[in-house]
Write a new protein. Structure first.
Length: 251
């Protein structure tokens, strides 16, 4: 198999493939081990340290707190690490992490309830209905889980909830990513990490595919290793509107 998504079985996105952990009847013990092992997987390959340094930390200050929403937080390890990094840098960051799955919310609360992050079982649409908004909105490994026709609503909700920067971090499909994960994931025993991780890669987008399905204003940035970062910078829209207003006033 060639090392690109353009050949072989990874040529097309496997949108119909199902991850076992998403099934309502999956084994609860294996599911909990999956959430626990996600912490190591995310720490190793998700690239959040770099995203924090380049995208999130410049928006924070030691004075007034910034707010961040994590949509589809799973076991909660990503928002907890973001909170720790901000605290270590002496910066104020208030984080809310949501997931519609009661199993994920229960695990996150039991494992990370004292970590300074507000966990809540809810879909993003409920927060939109409540009129909430945040400086930063993120997700980790959510985009590939969504049905194709569910992606526009998810992006619309995340945009509505954000007054600053949206960052959706996800896998980028490639044969190299599939082969490397297949070779290295044997260590994750007693969970759904191995089989669902391979399915996740098959379900994920290439950067070109993601840009093609994203609404205007969104940018699909290719990141290493094997990542997509889908970005919406609402601050740029605000700055553009302010410049337009000044130009009109001066015209």
């Amino acid at each position: 198999m060639g090392l690109s998504a353009g050949r072989g079985p990874l040529r097309a996105r496997a949108a119909g493939a199902v991850e076992e952990m998403d099934l309502p009847g999956c084994d609860p013990a294996r599911l909990d081990r999956t959430y626990a092992q996600f912490a190591l997987v995310n720490r190793t390959v998700s690239g959040w340290r770099g995203i924090y340094r380049t995208q999130i930390r410049p928006l924070l200050s030691p004075g007034s707190p910034a707010t961040l929403l994590d949509i589809g937080c799973g076991g909660g390890d990503v928002p907890v690490r973001l909170a720790r990094w901000a605290a270590s840098d002496g910066l104020r960051l208030e984080i809310t992490a949501i997931d519609p799955d009661p199993r994920a919310s229960r695990f996150a609360l039991e494992r990370n309830g004292a970590a300074g992050v507000t966990f809540r079982q809810a879909p993003a649409s409920v927060l939109v209905d409540e009129g909430r908004s945040y400086d930063i909105v993120i997700s980790n490994h959510v985009l590939h889980h969504l049905e194709t026709d569910g992606l526009p609503a998810f992006l619309a909700d995340s945009a509505a909830l954000c007054r600053g920067l949206v960052l959706h971090n996800d896998l980028r499909r490639s044969a190299a990513a599939y082969a490397l994960f297949y070779a290295g994931s044997w260590v994750f025993t007693g969970s759904y990490i191995r089989q669902d991780g391979l399915t996740s890669i098959r379900r994920s987008y290439t950067s070109r595919e993601l840009q093609a399905v994203a609404p205007p204003g969104w940018t699909a940035a290719r990141r290493s290793p094997f990542r997509n970062l889908l970005i919406l910078d609402k601050r740029a829209d605000k700055r553009s509107g302010e410049r337009g207003g000044r130009n009109a006033a001066g015209g």
